[in-house]
Structure formats: C-alpha cells, structure tokens
Design a protein around this ligand. Structure first.
Ligand SMILES: NC(=O)c1ccc[n+]([C@@H]2O[C@H](COP(=O)([O-])OP(=O)(O)OC[C@H]3O[C@@H](n4cnc5c(N)ncnc54)[C@H](OP(=O)(O)O)[C@@H]3O)[C@@H](O)[C@H]2O)c1
Length: 272
C-alpha cells in the first residue's frame, strides 16, 4: 500500500488523483487531519485514516501496512517543522515502511536566507538517519507564487520588486503528477531528486514576458529592500524579501531534466 499525507492539501491531493489513474484504489491510503475533507477519496475506494504530525499513535495507525509513505512538508511557518516531520518519519519507520518520500524544496540547505530551506535540510538529514530508503522530492518554487510577488503591474505597467536572481518557477500540478509517477513506478530515487521547470528566469525576463502577453511595455524597476517592505504587512513582506535575497544568491537557479522525464512531456512554463 502507498500512504499519502497532506492529501486534503493542494499538492498531495493532486498526487492522489494522479496515483488513482495508475494503481488500484485499494492500494492507496491517505493520512489526513480531517477525514471529512477526504470523503471524495473514500468514495472511490481509497483507505482514509486520521493522522497528524502532532499525534504519533494516530499517524502509525494511518500508516499501517504501507510499503511507501509520502510525507507532506508542514505549511505552518510558526511551527517547528523539522520536529513535526521527525514524528512523521518515526511513525513511518515504526509502521514498517520500506521507503519514505518527502515534499522538500529545490536546493534545500542550512545556509540560505529563505526560512523553509533549513527546515527541509534538517528533515532530509533525519530521513538519511532513519535507516529506511528515502526520497526527497525537491520541488521547484511554485510558479503561481509569482502572482503575489509581481505587484499590480497590469495597472501600472511596472514590476517594482527587490533585486532578484534566476528562479526555475515550477507548476505545482506538474510536481504533483511527477510524485505519482515515482510512487507508482519501479525506478528508485534515493536521496534528493530535484523537480523543476527546464529554465530559470529573472524578473527582467518576466517583464519581457509580461510585455508580450499584455501588448504594452512593462518595465522592471529594482526597489530598495526596506522601501519595498514599507506599506506591506511586515511579517509577510519580510518572508517575501527572503525569497528575493535567496534568489539573488542563486538558491533557486538550478534546473533539472528529471521532471520532464517523469512527465514524458515538457513541464508547463510560467503563465502571467
Ligand atoms: N515549492 C514551493 O514553492 C512551495 C510553496 C509553498 C509551500 N510549499 C510546501 O509544500 C507543501 C505542500 O504544498 P500545498 O500547496 O499542498 O500546501 P497546502 O495546500 O497548504 O497543503 C498542506 C497540507 O499539509 C497538511 N498538514 C499541515 N500541517 C500538518 C500536520 N501537522 N500534520 C499533518 N498534516 C499537516 C495540511 O492538512 P489540512 O488539509 O488538514 O490543512 C494540508 O493537507 C506545503 O505544506 C509547504 O511545506 C512549497
């Protein structure tokens, strides 16, 4: 059996959908915080059990009989993500899983200004020490995040944002599908596997694309970090700024052909 956590979320919910096209429903289980939200999977024959990283006993029960477990990364910026993921890894080991997969992030490492990076890196270390085969799905930066970083360029004709660097913006739907291909297949991916779009672009490139799609010139203006933060909600703006700071240092520039190989087609390009 393949058990998937976070199946009531966007990424792993889409992975379950793709998995249902590849393996019989009775071979799929989901471990979810709220079983009512997974009713649509239960109706199609998927085993639905309650599980949360805060409740190790429930987690173990939801992982029972799993050969492979896919752990979602926490979406709570205020939680100690690595501790939550450790609970997931320990429960998967205790349940006898033969491979643990985890939704990591491209270039996850301790020395990055982008806060999720160290959390993913710490989790990958716990996986490496778990004694069980593991795969870290190092997903590219979600392409739809561009929407909340670009500002109101459609009205102003200007993309005003801090200095940036190349980012291989990647569609969440594509990495969800690739995870299902890996889960259903025989090809063993050991350790980190980077899943990104084919190319990395800067905001200069994005301004060119925006000009093309809108039919008028869209200018890229480099804003001062602190001035850009002013006027936005402080906590969110600071988090967004770390993305620009990490991009400047090249943390999101990596591209990999593996996503296209797994999909059997080119990954989707950014859309504005
Ligand atoms: N690559 C990127 O650019 C990028 C961007 C944003 C986030 N991410 C990461 O990718 C993950 C998946 O993305 P997404 O778009 O699917 O996010 P999402 O829709 O917010 O889904 C997150 C899922 O994690 C589950 N979850 C959160 N805390 C949990 C806990 N303590 N125990 C068990 N399950 C828990 C949630 O359960 P409920 O359904 O019960 O809420 C939800 O199903 C995110 O959680 C985040 O770590 C990546």
């Amino acid at each position: 059996m393949i058990v998937i956590t976070g199946a009531t979320g966007a990424l792993n919910g889409a992975t379950v959908e793709h998995l249902l096209e590849r393996v019989p429903a009775e071979r799929i289980g989901v471990s979810v915080r709220d079983v009512a939200k997974a009713q649509h999977f239960a109706e199609r024959g998927v085993r639905v059990r309650q599980g949360s990283y805060e409740d190790p006993a429930a987690l173990r029960n939801s992982f029972a009989g799993a050969e492979k477990v896919l752990l979602v990364s926490s979406n709570d910026p205020h939680a100690d993500g690595a501790s939550l993921h450790r609970a997931g890894i320990e429960a998967a080991v205790a349940a006898g899983a033969q491979r643990i997969l985890y939704t990591s992030h491209q270039n996850s490492r301790m020395d990055t200004p982008f806060p999720p990076g160290p959390e993913h890196a710490a989790t990958e270390r716990i996986l490496a020490e778990s004694g069980v085969a593991w795969t870290a799905l190092r997903n590219g930066f979600y392409a739809h995040s561009l929407g909340w970083l670009l500002g109101n360029w459609r009205e102003t004709g200007v993309i005003s944002a801090p200095a940036d660097g190349p980012v291989s913006w990647t569609h969440r739907a594509d990495v969800a599908e690739a995870a299902a291909v890996i889960l259903a297949g025989d090809r063993a991916f050991d350790g980190p596997v980077t899943l990104t779009a084919r190319r990395a672009v800067t905001f200069d490139d994005v301004a060119e694309i925006a000009s093309r799609v809108s039919g008028r010139e869209v200018k890229r203006v480099v804003a001062d970090d602190e001035q850009w933060i002013a006027g936005e909600s402080e906590e969110m703006a600071r988090l967004k700024l770390t993305m620009f700071q990490a991009a400047r240092q090249g943390h999101f520039a990596e591209t990999s052909p593996v996503l296209a190989e797994l999909l059997g087609r080119e990954p989707n390009d950014i859309t504005l």
